[in-house]
Design a binder for this molecule. Structure first.
Ligand code: NAD
Length: 420
């Protein structure tokens, strides 16, 4: 069956991005047609035997959106609300992100519709292995390389690698990235998303940092991405005035005591709503509206919407989460001259170090953490400088410039392959 633009499968967001690219007059609709639909879509249901003996049928997906630049690459999430539209949209964004960063990868994404919090460890392992048993023929180190995403971690990647290797009968660490170190993971991978974004902010605010201006930062989400970037920014003298988790947001206009928050998070009962240190409890919405230099959404998608975008006072927003700003909110922020470093650039550090992990696996030669971090910096700054240059030359938003650079690279590869 050929999926058409009219089919549900085509995500709304992908359509909007392509319309925008067309309006700019840089690409023809004929050329853009090749990106309108994903190349390959896998949608299946697998049986999961629960500890109780009951069998449940679990829906799962993998979308390989575009592979003109190389094997497809992208994360795999476990979430009760996963659907094919969401996975297609994320696979499209992965195609843009990998292209923008100059990686030799196309874009993909996977999803399994289940709530891992409701599964035992054994059930989670059986689900992870079952997903690979369904997909193993269509993935591989030079075909499609999964990685962790929401609710999946290095333990899940380890089980998946093991299942694949058992089926194919040989070791293949390059199948999957974000693995445990002893199974071929990379040093620096767990902090790479935040570190990549940190390099961008350091460059973006070079002048202010040289002049020793104190920049005020608010961060929504204090997980892997949010807490690491908070620490890195504080280490260069920025002031973290607000952070949040799913329970509450904390604010201190003179700066939060980060080390106190980090050790609080390590304890039991670590919800910010229970924090009694030197900080005021505020709402998530109040955090997003603070008058700060840098606002970093690092939790969920769609938190800045047309209903609240007018009240945002930050000077710059860095999208560490995937899709925290809706397209209509993005237009409002544009008219308010609020700069946005888009997710396809801002949170690309994770996939860049995943690329390094894959390279190390193929060569069977492992790098030091210093080398990983310094090559990450090079990749991030190269893409950042290209985006800034194009945005200044053609008077485009950073998002517009990033998307054009990415689409141009994919279309060039499609042309050279004779596909358009
Ligand atoms: P995580 O699970 O480690 O942390 C998520 C944080 O968000 C937690 O502090 C949680 O309490 C908070 N949160 C959850 N619901 C919330 C709500 N309703 N309001 C406010 N806060 C809420 O996840 P992460 O790995 O830090 O990822 C965060 C975001 O960054 C996600 O959008 C993810 O897709 C994106 N991202 C992460 C990586 C990565 O390598 N970790 C890479 C690219 C993009």
């Amino acid at each position: 069956m050929v999926y058409d633009t009219e089919d549900l499968i085509m995500c709304e967001h992908c359509k909007e991005q392509l319309e925008k690219a067309k309006e700019l007059g840089i690409f023809s609709s004929h050329d853009l047609g090749i990106l309108k639909n994903p190349r390959r879509v896998f949608a299946f249901n697998f049986p999961l035997v629960m500890d109780s003996g009951e069998t449940k049928l679990i829906s799962a997906f993998r979308v390989q959106y575009n592979d003109a630049l190389g094997p497809t690459k992208g994360g795999l999430r476990f979430h009760q609300s996963v659907d094919l539209n969401e996975v297609s949209e994320l696979a499209f964004l992965m195609s843009l992100k990998n292209a923008l960063l100059g990686l030799p990868f196309g874009g993909a994404k996977g999803g399994v519709k289940l709530d891992p919090k409701k599964l035992s460890e054994k059930e989670l392992e059986r689900a992870s292995r079952a997903y690979i048993r369904e997909l193993w023929k269509f993935i591989g180190p030079s075909i499609d390389i999964p990685a962790p995403d929401v609710n999946t971690n290095e333990k899940v990647m380890g089980w998946m690698l093991d299942e694949y290797e058992k089926i194919v009968g040989h070791k293949a660490p390059g199948l999957i990235t974000g693995k445990p170190l002893v199974l071929g993971g990379s040093l620096g991978r767990s902090t790479s998303t935040a570190r990549g974004a940190f390099f961008l902010l350091q460059e973006h605010f070079k002048k202010e940092l040289e002049e020793k201006k104190t920049l005020r930062v608010a961060i929504q989400g204090f997980g892997n991405a949010g807490s690491v970037i908070a620490e890195l920014l504080e280490s260069i003298g920025m002031k973290i005035v607000a952070v949040s988790d799913s329970s509450s947001a904390l604010y201190n206009e003179t700066g939060l005591a980060l080390d106190e928050l980090l050790s609080f998070k390590k304890g039991k009962n670590s919800s910010f709503s229970k924090f009694s240190g030197n900080a005021k409890q505020i709402t998530q919405e109040e955090l997003l509206m603070l008058d700060v230099d840098i606002l970093i959404p690092a939790a969920l998608g769609g938190v800045i919407r047309k209903e609240n975008a007018n009240n945002v006072k930050a000077k710059l927003i860095l999208e560490l989460a995937n899709g925290p700003i809706t397209p209509s909110a993005d237009s409002i922020l544009n008219t308010k001259n609020i700069e946005v470093i888009p997710g396809i650039l801002a949170n690309a550090g994770g996939v860049v170090v995943s690329y390094f992990e894959w390279v190390q696996n193929l060569q069977n030669y492992y790098w030091t953490e210093e080398r990983v971090n310094s090559e990450l910096q090079e990749y991030m700054l190269k893409a950042y400088n290209a985006v800034i240059l194009l945005s200044q030359k053609d008077k485009l938003s950073l998002r517009g410039a990033a998307e054009i650079l990415a689409i141009r690279r994919i279309l060039e590869a499609e042309k050279l392959r004779g596909n358009i």
